[in-house]
Design a protein around this ligand. Structure first.
Ligand code: GLN
Length: 494
């Protein structure tokens, strides 16, 4: 059998179910791959070899079966996993081992998915490059001198470097889709409320959503189906059936589907190579039978400023719980009192971007400024939702480039928060409105991957997979291979 780390999740699960290979062998092959390449990639903050091999042995013993049984996965370090270090990429949580599992983790265990370890991320998911991690950046397997995106950069790097066929990321303003785009992967932000947030350490509770990263659309769908669905432990979880995302992947023809190209998400500020790859893929959508039209969403240019008031406001409230008393780090100097311990711990435990957001958010929520900033941003959020509602009266899905540029060199934007924030200009509207949204690889620019974003109305996640699967198949056929197979260095595998 070929190198076990090059199989898709679907292929891995069927090889295990057919007993052609054991789950323990598959897990060991990925642990070996991590040992061989993660010194360069730095996708993982913690590898749980023992826990992974135990989970794999349970699948081999026949205790668990199903479409992902025995498939390894990399878990973003923002999700609680019982007994396993969970840092959120922050010093302030160093040494914290959660006493419970996130619902996503529980569902993965029930599906027989093998969790290999916890992946690197921007501190508390604030960033677009993993450079805000307190534990050093991850590297893009396409070019190790470049960022793998963020904040779920470790998860994306792990999948692109074949350290795991699947990963879980979280997306508050683009943190699944942007890393997927710059690493040549499929990444999905499910409908807000589609996947439980119980046990997901909160950054911005009205925006946060966990979702899949994978090398194929079908693999993303299998993982999406495994983690989605109502959870009474999350008050914002939607009590409705999960759309048939796996069934939707059978689609190869888009006759009868209307696709809207968002006028405001392109043009100025977008790299020429990104635009070229995007527009070439839109032509493929037409060739597949889709009816492609241009759509205007006039309030989208205000999404980024609104997001940078709403997300920091919620973060300033959510991160108040890191008070040196309940979790992780506690800096006790001499006989300092509680207030001083709290202040010193927060000063030493949080990095500069997290502090910037807490200060911004606290300011935006303060009584004299609440209406002018937070209140105003919420009104803009409503206008953006209305833009989507109007668009979806005439189209089934919207498309755009996922990001304005390809993976940039590590360090290039590290001292320029505004330039970093602009990485998410195309992804943020979907978070503000709660839509389902996917990024899938659509081509290369300067030898680096470009992502195409598909946006569907809330609860119509299956449309992402219908359009995504058809486009992926057509692009692979034209290329004669998957995009990853054409990559250099760590992404190119036999
Ligand atoms: N890059 C955006 C931010 O820094 C989005 C982060 C995310 O989606 N978690 O807030």
């Amino acid at each position: 059998m070929a190198d076990l780390t090059t199989l898709t999740a679907a292929e891995t699960a069927s090889a295990i179910a057919a007993r052609e290979v054991s789950a323990v062998e598959v897990t060991q092959a990925h642990l070996d791959r991590i040992a061989a390449v993660d010194g360069d990639v730095h996708a993982f903050l913690h590898v749980d070899a023992e826990g992974a091999l135990e989970a794999a042995a349970r699948v081999d013993a026949g205790e668990i079966s199903g479409p992902l049984a025995g498939v390894p996965l990399a878990l973003k370090d923002v999700l609680a996993q019982r007994g396993v270090p969970t840092t959120c990429g922050s010093k302030i949580l160093e040494g914290w081992r959660p006493p419970y599992d996130a619902t996503v983790v529980t569902r993965l265990r029930e599906a027989g998915v093998v969790i290999l370890g916890k992946t690197n991320m921007d501190e508390f998911a604030m960033g677009s490059s993993t450079e805000n991690s307190a534990y050093g950046p991850s590297h893009n397997p396409w070019d190790l001198s470049r960022i793998p995106g963020g904040s779920s950069g470790g998860s994306a790097a792990a999948v692109a470097a074949y350290e795991a066929p699947l990963a879980i990321g979280t997306d508050t303003g683009g943190s699944i889709r942007q890393p997927a785009a710059v690493c040549g992967l499929v990444g999905v932000k499910p409908t807000y409320g589609g996947v439980s947030r119980y046990g997901l350490v909160a950054f911005s509770s009205s925006l946060d959503q966990a979702g899949p990263l994978a090398r194929t659309v079908l693999d993303a769908a299998l993982l999406h189906a495994a983690i989605a669905g109502h959870d009474p432990m999350d008050s914002t979880s939607i009590d409705a059936p999960v759309p048939d995302v796996v069934g939707a992947c059978a689609s190869r023809d888009l006759t009868g589907v209307t696709v809207g190209v968002v006028r405001e998400l392109g043009g100025e500020g977008y790299e020429a190579g990104v635009e070229a790859a995007f527009h070439a893929s839109v032509e493929v959508l037409t060739a597949l039978g889709a009816d492609v039209v241009e759509v205007s969403c006039p309030h989208f240019p205000y999404a980024l400023p609104a997001y940078y008031l709403i997300a920091p406001s919620e973060c300033s409230s959510n991160l108040a719980r890191f008070d040196a008393m309940r979790f992780g780090l506690r800096v006790q100097v001499g006989d300092a009192g509680a207030e001083e311990v709290m202040a010193t711990t927060r000063e030493q435990g949080f990095g500069p971007e997290v502090k910037r957001r807490i200060i911004l958010g606290t300011y935006a929520l303060s009584s004299g400024y609440y209406d002018a900033y937070y209140g105003q941003a919420q009104k803009v959020r409503t206008l953006i939702t209305r833009d989507f509602d109007a668009a979806f009266e005439t189209v089934d899905v919207l498309v755009s480039p996922t990001t304005p540029g390809v993976a940039f060199p590590i360090g290039e934007k590290a001292d320029d928060p505004m330039a970093m924030y602009l990485s998410d200009i195309a992804s943020i509207p979907s978070n503000l409105a709660g839509n389902a949204s996917m990024s899938l690889p659509c081509g290369l620019a300067g030898g680096l991957p470009v992502g195409l974003q598909i946006i569907a109305p809330p609860l119509a996640d299956d449309r992402l997979y219908r359009v995504g699967a058809a486009l992926e198949a057509a692009l692979d056929e034209r290329r004669g291979a998957t995009l990853l197979a054409s990559a250099p260095s760590l992404t190119a595998r036999p």
